[in-house]
Design a protein around this ligand. Structure first.
Ligand SMILES: [Zn+2]
Length: 483
């Protein structure tokens, strides 16, 4: 399919219900017109790859049911006998009375083979320094992942690349374990780096990271991408950004690369965050932020996202993931949300942001919490995901401690210092849980459960229902918010 065909497909989306397809987006004119023929070819082929990744992702989701109802202790017992059981890249199956593991590349072999063939056919260009097309080794190592299950090399070659890259970018593979806490879920994001937005975002991230007192990350590299194709887990959960690698040891060695999906962020803000703020909070609060197409709210939401993402490497304590098992994602994502709030309160205390801006960050933060919760309630039939579980906990914790989102929707910033104090307290609890050897997983889970079960968020359900459920009762769009 040519690049022109890609544009054609965008204008005439094919009927749903046929072969799984990646979600396609239009590139901004000023970015599209700078593409070279080789880049266009690479984007077309990576889009085709994304279609197959969508198919793989759907097939995997049906296969990975093994751990769903299994208590954590049993999983750990099984892993002692066979460490492959908790490998990121195996299926676990019962065969007679035996438990066996099957590597990813040995299932859905047709799809894996097709992907790897396309990756190997992408034009190879010799380039040094700042590339516009990723070096050939990236396509080769990624193809290896699909055919031989050697996924570790693809991420390493990506991290070895020069920082401050330009041009085509992609993140493809079974990277995040949000499926069930253990198994890598397939994703594909393909797009083009926006150099100017990248520079601006880098400045924001550096300003916030200077204020925090935790460990410093050796290197933070930022990339803002305009997506062309999106498939798999990130599409399902609506990732707005990702901070990689996930392994704390690799972060120590390579630093952290934070990738923002610019067009997804904008879409999320317009379709979810802003409507939630407008419906949930008091009219005069919302009114005060309506200047210049809600410019202050939009930039607050972006800053929050930046601070959440840069918190990922800072909060990745060695051994934490092993200790928490499948509960890790719930805990760690919320830890990063709380860190984003905490960093904003530090910015406020140092007068680096105004009271208005701090309030705007709080509004977007609670809009994100409610969005996480109601995606699960309305789009996933109440089935919990790590974001929803954590967001219920935190929303209820804050509401019960400060009582600052009463049902009137009033956010009482007269109590700013009290709110900042509560944010500090919550941050203290999370840092302690993450770093202390003395706290057992069960204790942390119990605290989450206690707060998650309170119903403080429920007042918003009737106000937000139609954002998620269309009149015809079909599920709403795929756009959601977790990061
Ligand atoms: Zn996150």
């Amino acid at each position: 399919m040519g690049f022109e065909k890609l544009t054609e497909r965008l204008k005439n989306p094919e009927n749903a219900g046929q072969e799984p397809k990646a979600f396609i987006y239009q590139l901004p004119e000023q970015i599209a017109e700078r593409l070279t023929p080789a880049e266009k070819e690479a984007l077309e082929k990576l889009t085709k790859v994304s279609d197959y990744v969508q198919a793989l992702s759907e097939s995997h989701e049906n296969e990975h049911r093994f751990f769903e109802t299994l208590p954590e202790d049993q999983v750990q017992e099984m892993a002692k006998l066979n460490p492959e059981v908790i490998s990121k890249w195996t299926f676990v199956e019962a065969k007679g009375d035996q438990i066996i593991t099957v590597p990813y590349n040995q299932k859905f072999t047709d799809l894996n083979k097709k992907v790897s063939e396309i990756l190997r056919s992408i034009p190879k260009i010799k380039q040094q320094g700042n590339y516009r097309l990723p070096p050939a080794i990236r396509f080769q190592t990624l193809a290896e992942g699909f055919t031989s299950n050697a996924w570790q090399y693809a991420e390493k070659t990506w991290l070895d690349e020069p920082w401050q890259a330009r041009g085509v970018e992609f993140i493809i593979g079974p990277i995040e374990t949000h499926l069930d806490g253990y198994k890598g879920a397939f994703q594909a994001v393909v797009g083009v780096i926006d150099e100017e937005a990248t520079r601006e975002m880098t400045d924001t991230i550096i300003a916030a990271s200077k204020l925090q007192h935790k460990k410093q990350i050796s290197k933070i590299d930022v990339r803002v991408i305009h997506l062309v194709a999106n498939a798999g887990l990130g599409l399902k959960l609506g990732f707005n950004a990702q901070a990689l690698p996930n392994d704390p040891k690799m972060v120590e060695k390579y630093g952290s690369r934070i990738v923002f999906y610019a067009n997804l962020f904008e879409q999320t803000f317009d379709e979810k965050l802003l409507p939630i703020i407008q419906r949930v909070f008091e009219k005069n609060v919302v009114e005060r932020f309506s200047n210049g197409s809600h410019k202050l709210l939009r930039s607050a939401a972006l800053k929050w996202l930046a601070m959440h993402e840069e918190s990922h490497p800072m909060n990745q304590e060695p051994g934490l993931e092993e200790k928490l098992g499948k509960f890790f994602n719930t805990f760690h994502e919320l830890h990063c949300d709380v860190s984003a709030l905490y960093l904003s309160s530090l910015l406020r205390e140092h007068n680096l942001i105004s009271s208005d801006e701090f309030e705007a960050i709080l509004l977007t933060h609670f809009a994100r919490k409610l969005n996480d919760i109601f995606i699960s309630e309305f789009e996933e039939g109440g089935k919990s995901n790590p974001y929803a579980e954590g967001s219920k906990m935190e929303f209820n914790y804050m509401a019960s401690m400060v009582d600052f989102i009463p049902e009137s929707g009033e956010l009482d910033l007269e109590r700013e210092s009290e709110i900042i104090q509560k944010i500090n307290d919550l941050m203290g609890i999370f840092n302690y849980f993450a770093a202390s050897q003395d706290v057992a997983r069960e204790e942390i889970e119990a605290l989450f459960k206690k707060y998650a079960e309170m119903g403080h968020y429920k007042f918003a359900a009737s106000k937000l229902r139609d954002l998620y459920i269309k009149n015809d009762n079909s599920y709403a769009s795929t756009v959601s918010v977790p990061v």
